[in-house]
Design a protein around this ligand. Sequence first.
Ligand SMILES: Cc1ncc(COP(=O)(O)O)c(C=O)c1O
Length: 362
Amino acid sequence: MIPFFDLTKQYESIKYEIDNATARVLKSGWFILGSEVQAFEKEFAEYIGVKFASGVGSGTEAIHIALLALGVGAGDEVITVPNTAVATVVAIEMTGARAVLCDVRPDSMLMDVEKLERAITPRTKAIVPVHLFGQSCDLDPILRIARTRRIFVLEDCAQAHGATYRGKRVGTFGDIAAFSFYPTKNLGAYGDGGAILTNDAALAERVNLLRQYGWRERYASDIKGMNSRLDELQAAILRVKLRLLDAWNAARRERAALYTELLRTITPPREMSYGQRVYHLYVVQSSKRDALIAHLKTRGIGTAIHYPQMIHRQAAYTNLGYGAGSLPIAEKLEREILSLPLYPELSLDDVRAVAQAVNEFA
Ligand SMILES: Cc1ncc(COP(=O)(O)O)c(C=O)c1O
């Protein structure tokens, strides 16, 4: 049996450090916005290469709060892509803005800049490029388009901790960036968590107000905010894991390279020349995808689809007004994409076994 994902092996490998870190928090008696969160924010900001990081309750809330901090609200439009976690669009709609979808490129499966230009209207307030599957979008043209039209850019980095674009880590390019620490992410907590990163001091301050009731001082709300805080336990856990992130990302890349070398009958994911991907997911394409899943299941190999329905094809999002055929590249991907098992603890022998099973299917 080769499961699609297994988080228990990673815990076993860092049990001593994690148990110490959680015990330290439990003994301290301080659980919300304390020294662990502060230290993690500093360490994560340094790792990514920005001035400010704020820990929040989840990646979804990170996008929501970041958009609010940019001033996005009712009457505005925010452009993103149809192949993303539904969370991206949930967060956009939570601000009251309308989500506008722009199709993706067939090679990278990421935001298509030519189609982005056509999606812009006078109401466009922000663009949310999603660095999906661990690969950066082509940011230079997106930033150029945004800057000439005074549109904000929020990078959705939920699947791209440590991925680079032209030598710099994603999360450093836009006005603001959102990360998720959902347990399966490249940097995952043992519960929900997220972070908002920016180089803009005023934006960072607004984020910090928004995440805690608009408080500058306790019990005195300067603006209307909410409760979305990374907790001390998760921050202490993330501090342990952050130190291992580069090694884990390298292990993901090694396994991905082996898949790409061995797979013969399906289209492997393409690494764009402009940046290094961190393979949050290893997503292949096959015109016989559903039969391939069934074949792999008979061999005890777990797979997943990210995502089985593009945003505009989900019942809750018919309101966005995109009919069948309106976002053709994403709709083709919906029929053909398949995620193979890939995580740092997956053995190279398991990678070979999965590749062999896929090759046999043809
Ligand atoms: C691309 C993307 N954006 C946003 C999110 C939301 O993060 P979270 O699950 O922490 O709310 C996720 C993860 O689910 C994601 O993959």
